[in-house]
Design a protein around this ligand. Structure first.
Ligand SMILES: [Zn+2]
Ligand SMILES: [Zn+2]
Length: 172
């Protein structure tokens, strides 16, 4: 009989997805956990600062930016993209709520591939590995290159299925 016991990658990514459901931004739910050895040392999701109205109360704070239609391609075609900037990104909240000593040599599991700013901060945070599930193509090229230069393990989880009802449905 095959074991139904989850491997550690699945176990911690499942927790990251559960954590992401705490987010009150309707556009994006991101969850992340800090793991040292096999120990869970912190959790965080994207959200407005404490005591400040969040997206569900005040609406998203939308900015529009032009960016390449196809990230990393040589094409110069630009498209307008909308992004909510009300929330602190999950990875940055994780750094705000964990201690440096707990991060040294640790692994970060995150539901989404980190954006450039988060990746840059994680690269200087003491952690040695980042595991993500959903790709974020906009910053993929420069983030991957940064991780290589910094010597951090950076991998997308394959053959993984998030727990039921933990993903934002499009258009909500
Ligand atoms: Zn929002
Ligand atoms: Zn980010």
């Amino acid at each position: 009989m095959t074991s139904l016991r989850k491997d550690w990658d699945t176990y911690f990514m499942d927790i990251a997805f559960m954590v992401s459901t705490r987010s009150r931004c309707p556009r994006r739910h991101v969850g992340t956990v800090l793991v040292q050895g096999k120990k869970l040392l912190g959790t965080a999701y994207n959200g407005a600062p404490m005591g400040v109205q969040d997206c569900s109360e005040a609406g998203c704070m939308i900015v529009e930016e032009f960016e390449p239609a196809i990230a990393g391609s040589a094409s110069t075609e630009m498209i307008k993209k909308q992004r909510c900037i009300r929330t602190i990104h999950a990875e940055q909240n994780l750094l705000l709520f964990t201690d440096r000593v707990d991060r040294e040599g640790s692994v970060v599991y995150v539901t989404d591939q980190p954006c450039w700013t988060c990746a840059n901060m994680l690269a200087n945070s003491g952690i040695v590995e980042i595991v993500y599930y959903r790709p974020y193509s906009k910053d993929d090229g420069k983030v991957t290159s940064l991780m290589e230069q910094r010597g951090l393990l950076f991998r997308q989880l394959d053959n993984y299925v998030p727990p039921a009802d933990t993903e934002v449905q499009d258009g909500s």
